[in-house]
Design a protein around this ligand. Structure first.
Ligand code: GRF
Length: 197
């Protein structure tokens, strides 16, 4: 049997996507990935508490007072220490340095709460409503040095309803994120193992 791909999940906040990724794996242990580390640049991130409860190893350090490249070098060392193969961003609210992204080329995924290439950056739901879009949604993409611009590998649409405000829309999109991200990661990791032969 092939070994599951060793995944690190990077978070900065509540960690609901991290939880969904972990639950997917628990429902069927015969998955293509295994979360070996949850790391954060916010030591009191709620998601760290959830990860600990799930028995997943955690690492946290505040980036404050550190240069971006310096912090990322530290993170890189921790990832290598845990023999991480794929890095999954799940609400990681910090830009990664170009050097870090280059050295993990094709091995960092992110989930973004919009139908990319629409609405890169923050405040996506408000912008989708104001633009009069018929659909909002979420996208899983490979991370490249340009923000929210890497190749999209999976998307889910959510219809924008006439009475939606950013909060109500965000809630329905988040439910789709929790469904989409584990499936996309599962497929990506399967492909990683297949390419390795
Ligand atoms: C999600 O909406 C995700 O799309 C965005 O940040 C949010 C993280 O939420 N990148 P959570 O921490 O996974 O609950």
């Amino acid at each position: 049997m092939t070994e599951p791909v060793r995944v690190a999940v990077l978070i900065s906040g509540r960690g609901s996507n991290m939880l969904a990724l972990s639950e997917h794996k628990r429902r069927d242990p015969d998955r293509s990935y295994r979360i070996v580390l949850v790391a954060s640049n916010v030591p009191d991130a709620r998601g760290l508490v959830l990860a600990k409860r799930l028995g997943i190893k955690t690492w946290a350090k505040s980036h404050e007072g550190m240069k971006r490249a310096e912090f990322d070098a530290l993170l890189d060392a921790v990832l290598h220490e845990h023999e991480v193969e794929i890095v999954v961003l799940a609400g990681y609210m910090r830009l990664l340095s170009p050097g870090f992204v280059d050295s993990w080329e094709g091995r960092i995924l992110n989930i973004h709460p919009s139908l990319l290439p629409l609405h890169k950056g923050l405040d996506t739901h408000r912008r989708a409503i104001l633009a009069g879009d018929e659909f909002a949604g979420c996208s899983v993409h490979i991370v490249t040095p340009d923000l929210d611009s890497g190749p999209v590998i999976a998307q889910a649409q959510v219809k924008i309803l006439p009475r939606d405000d950013p909060e109500s829309l965000a809630k329905r999109v988040l439910a789709e994120e929790h469904r989409l991200y584990p499936l996309a990661l599962e497929e990506y990791c399967r492909a990683v193992r297949e390419i390795e032969g």
